[in-house]
Design a protein. Structure first.
Length: 474
């Protein structure tokens, strides 16, 4: 079966967050299981495209409203990522450095989807199934089934995966003319709350939608930034499939981005070496428990609670707990954290920015990884932490709830708290500090975590089973 994954991000081509990790790994694991999975994404002016060979496999022009745009489809020549990679290059729209954040983002992603559909329509590239990820490719199911231009493709099943239900990519009806000729009796499928909503349209039109954890499937009916009722009525075609991790990249035994490689056998010594490297680089002390946070500094991740909770924890354990933050995002949150660093330089350090290699060192060198998320569709950080023997301290929501069992429960290994507020966090951090004192217990939990299997093998198969269930139609 030939499947195209459509996504705005894919590691290592362009990564902003976990979407890239998933789209960079899932197709590879699916191919190992006998599928023919490929990735189609926008072209970005980034290191990966400069350092690799591409061939142009298709060239054409199309229309975005009255604006004609030229596009080409570039294929990475070696398939070195474990899957075929196709980039949609549109001069003036999809040839820039950043993935998100441009004022004409709506135009960029509509043009991306039109170029993709035109390409598979005009060339001999028709896949057996199209797997769209997040709202950036959310209009594809609608256009496939309700545009005259693509009737040849209208039997292709579509799966839509929701990595983040908070962002919908919505825009006004004044931009309807950007879409190619569509069946105007079906425009209700595009609509939500008086606007064109690509996420809602995808959920309505796709054959099946999935969320990146089972708990998140239920949570969308309670909290999805206005789409709760939609998720309630469409619940029957939703499936929750937990993400995996790419164990070829995230492996402390082979990871060249960390200071000292280690396996379960050299766990204690290996982690300590990494902790020393991290602490000496950031002026922290390697004989204190080290709690880290990695991620986007946004409200969704509970980042606005970090400064206050860290301050209270430091006051509660004046000589006993260190913190390290790696992330970028909301300016007030960044400022609060930098002030904290000024005030408590021996106990807290902050690196504002994005640094892939540093993230690996932080997973390896920390004792605890804090994730106070308000919303967490899956979360990959806690899975990386588990793999590196770092105890996750998480708010029990979405994928965090599905993957982290509190150490107070049978077979547990992490620390969970229920409410996304400062007091609950401080209490959880207090449990972490106490756990750190009981070395044998800590070692037992670390060993338990490292023996867990969150690799993609199982989840990649679950997606394939879902594809196969649509097979009579394929
Ligand atoms: P989300 O996609 O919502 O941001 P995930 O937990 O799914 O959250 O994935 C986040 C991914 O991005 C992980 O691979 C994490 O290591 C990485 N990451 C986030 N922020 C940074 C950063 N500042 N530097 C390096 N890696 C980061
Ligand atoms: C999103 C979610 C995150 C998830 C990731 C990959 O960015 O916020 O929880 O892990 O997608 O599915």
């Amino acid at each position: 079966m030939r499947v195209f994954h459509l996504s705005a991000e894919c590691y290592p081509v362009a990564k902003v967050g976990g979407l890239a990790d998933v789209v960079g790994a899932l197709p590879k694991y699916q191919n190992m299981l006998g599928l023919q999975a490929a990735v189609v994404m926008p072209y970005y002016d980034r290191k990966f495209v400069h350092e690799n060979e591409f061939e142009v496999v298709f060239k054409a022009s199309s229309l975005l409203g009255i604006r004609r745009f030229y596009f080409e489809i570039l294929k990475e020549s070696t398939d070195k990522l474990g899957f075929e990679l196709y980039l949609v290059r549109i001069p003036g729209l999809l040839d820039r450095e950043n993935v998100y954040g441009y004022p004409d983002e709506t135009e960029q992603f509509i043009a991306f989807q039109i170029a993709f559909l035109d390409w598979i329509n005009w060339s001999q590239q028709s896949p057996d199934l199209i797997h769209c990820h997040d709202h950036h490719s959310g209009l594809v199911p609608f256009l496939l089934y309700h545009s005259k231009l693509y009737t040849r493709l209208a039997n292709i099943p579509t799966i839509f995966t929701i990595h983040n239900g908070q962002y919908h990519g919505a825009f006004g009806w004044d931009k309807l003319s950007y879409l190619p000729e569509i069946d105007l009796t079906q425009t209700g499928l595009l609509d939500w709350n008086g606007g064109i909503n690509p996420l809602a349209a995808a959920v309505k039109c796709c054959w099946r939608y999935t969320t990146v954890s089972p708990s998140y499937l239920e949570e969308l009916t309670i909290n999805s930034n206005g789409l709760e009722y939609l998720f309630y009525i469409e619940r029957a075609k939703g499936f929750g499939i937990i993400n995996g991790i790419d164990t070829q990249i995230w492996n402390p035994k082979t990871d060249s981005m960390i200071a000292e490689k280690y396996s379960l056998k050299q766990l204690t010594a290996g982690k300590q070496k990494n902790k020393e490297a991290l602490c000496s680089r950031f002026g922290l002390s390697s004989d204190k428990p080290l709690v880290s946070f990695i991620g986007r500094l946004v409200v969704e991740k509970g980042a606005d609670l970090l400064a206050e909770a860290i301050k209270k924890s430091i006051l509660l354990h004046p000589d006993g707990i260190n913190f390290f933050i790696l992330g970028a995002g909301d300016i007030p949150v960044q400022e609060e954290l930098l002030e904290l660093k000024e005030k408590y330089p021996k106990q807290c350090n902050v690196y504002i920015g994005y640094d892939e290699a540093l993230a690996h060192l932080v997973y390896a060198g920390s004792d605890f990884l804090l994730m106070p998320s308000r919303v967490e569709p899956c979360g990959l950080n806690q899975l990386y932490a588990l793999r590196y023997g770092t105890i996750p301290v998480v708010r029990a929501t979405g994928g965090l709830k599905d993957t982290v069992i509190d150490f107070g429960e049978e077979g547990g290994y992490g620390i969970r708290f229920i409410q996304p507020n400062v007091n609950d966090m401080v209490h959880a951090l207090d449990r972490a500090a106490k756990l750190y004192e009981t070395t044998p217990h800590l070692q037992l939990l670390r060993k338990r975590m490292m023996a867990l299997d969150f690799s993609w093998d199982r989840s990649a198969l679950e997606y394939i089973n879902l594809y196969e269930s649509l097979k009579p139609a394929i």
